[in-house]
Ligand binder design. Sequence first.
Ligand code: CA2
Length: 158
Amino acid sequence: MRIMIINGPNLNLLGVREPHIYGSTTLDAIRASCEEFAKFAGAQLAFHQSNHEGVLVDLIQSARTEADALIINPAAYSFTSVAMFDALKILEGPIFEVHISNIHARDELHRHSRLSAAVKAVIAGLGPYGYIVAMQAALQGEGKLPSALPAAMRLGPR
Ligand code: CA2
């Protein structure tokens, strides 16, 4: 299974600035953990970050042919980008929106993601572990979680 992870503006500064809000984990460390989990699960991972809205739209469009599931932390563009919303709506595969912080518990400016209406699920507030949870959900949805994991984790309640 091919998973693409896209990160939006300023997330390249994770762990470097504002650790009281976003923690001390760097984007490189998040990438390394996601690559480790992808390897365990036998999945292919493409991991991207851009500060530019047009580049992010191009990446979302590329996921149409290059990924089976998309995980996106749109960062500040969550609250403004109609162009990214339109691009997400065109994708056929499942989309998981990740936020490191719990955007629902934040100020009015950071509370209402415009993009959530175009995605399958939103994971917010789990810190960097949210990316791993999103990868699990993407794999679980395709029945692609490794059989080494307990059935409750692979299949859920029956
Ligand atoms: O919690 C998240 O993952 C966010 O998407 C992060 C965005 C914020 O606008 C969203 O409301 C929630 C901001 C990312 C900015 O990242 C920084 C990292 C270090 C220093 C400054 C900003």
